[in-house]
Design a protein around this ligand. Structure first.
Ligand code: SAM
Length: 331
């Protein structure tokens, strides 16, 4: 039973934002004074498990928990443990998560024990002062402890850094050397116009084509076909021996190979990160104990997955392309 959208793309990857809450307030992601969803609107962990299981039955092979910060959701390890049965059965190829690393020192060993092999950790700077500035509430030391704990537990880490003009562009070579020195890939991401924030995105936005050109003055970058199932394009860096990825939703999107859909913690399914259209799966989930209504709602939603997104950041466009913050859909 495969899910195939109108453009012939097979949907095999589900990302689940298990909470819209976060213990950081990254300036490009959230406003400082965010209003979060009332807890009563959230799907229970059992409901999230049921939804994920239906998606797996419909052909999803990779699940990623995200948020908000997935590790701040109460009892999240219960869900991870439950979902790991699909790894054991072979129905699922990969169970993973994207985290800011703040809670990793507590959870790394248990994640590994549940069959999680690789995780993404978001880290934009190695400078403690700047880290506090960009995350508003974060503590770099805690994140470093988390990375240490995860590596000790045997988890493979990929670092994700959002490239921000005049904030971390000069630091990327150092961040890359550090990541590669510790056996971690690094992926750079262009900032996307999602949700109202206090900062001006035009000032923050840095096209990765520019950053790549700057890096090529110091490093030898060789394009390689390496893929992790996402939109990143990778190069091998001769000087460090490591891999560097580029995610370029603004300058060059890869919607034609999109294999994913995104579920929020209230059961809303977004078929594209960059479009407003969505399908409510909570009502069919709660309407009956059987899964027929839910399966029909999923099929209907996949049937209207859009061709792609059209993010724009420029001085003439002051409103974000998408009104919801990244923390709602899950980055
Ligand atoms: N809290 C987790 C974390 O920090 O990785 C998971 C959720 S966070 C929204 C996922 C990723 O989205 C992070 O790497 C973050 O830097 C990135 N992100 C948030 N807002 C973004 C934006 N407007 N454009 C590009 N990336 C963004």
């Amino acid at each position: 039973m495969h899910m195939i959208d109108p453009f012939g793309r097979t949907i095999s990857y589900l990302r689940i934002s298990v909470t819209d809450r976060c213990d950081f307030r990254c300036t490009y992601c959230m406003a400082e004074d965010m209003t979060f969803l009332p807890k009563k609107d959230l799907l229970s962990l059992e409901e999230l498990d049921r939804l994920c299981t239906v998606f797996i039955e419909k052909g999803v092979k990779k699940l990623r928990l995200t948020g908000g910060e997935p590790l701040v959701r109460k009892n999240i390890m219960h869900l991870v443990r439950q979902l790991s049965r699909h790894l054991d059965s072979g129905a699922l190829d990969e169970l993973t998560l994207t985290t800011n690393g703040s809670q990793l020192s507590r959870f790394a060993a248990e994640l590994a024990d549940c069959g999680v092999k690789r995780i993404n950790v978001s880290l934009d700077t190695l400078d403690a002062e700047k880290f506090h500035q960009i995350t508003r509430w974060g503590n770099l030391g805690k994140v470093m402890e988390g990375i240490d704990a995860a590596q000790k537990a045997g988890l493979k880490i990929k670092l994700n850094a959002v490239a921000l003009r005049d904030f971390n562009d000069a630091e990327i070579p150092g961040l890359m050397r550090w990541a590669h020195g510790r056996g971690m890939d690094l992926t750079l991401i262009e900032t996307m116009p999602m949700g109202e924030i206090e900062a001006d995105r035009t000032d923050q936005y840095l096209p990765l084509s520019l950053l790549r050109a700057q890096l090529e003055r110091q490093f030898t970058l060789r394009d390689i076909p390496y893929k992790t199932g996402g939109p990143a394009r990778y190069v091998q860096v001769a000087e460090t021996g490591g891999r560097l990825g580029f995610i370029t939703p603004m300058t060059h999107n890869f919607c034609e190979s999109c294999n994913r859909v995104r579920l929020t913690c209230t059961g809303t399914l977004y078929m594209c990160l960059g479009q407003e259209d969505a399908a409510d799966l909570r009502a069919p989930l709660r309407a009956s104990e059987g899964n027929e209504l839910l399966e029909a709602a999923i099929d209907e939603a996949i049937g209207r997955k859009p061709k792609g997104h059209d993010f724009i950041i420029d001085r003439r466009t002051s409103r974000p392309s998408v009104s919801r913050h990244m923390s709602v859909t899950g980055g």
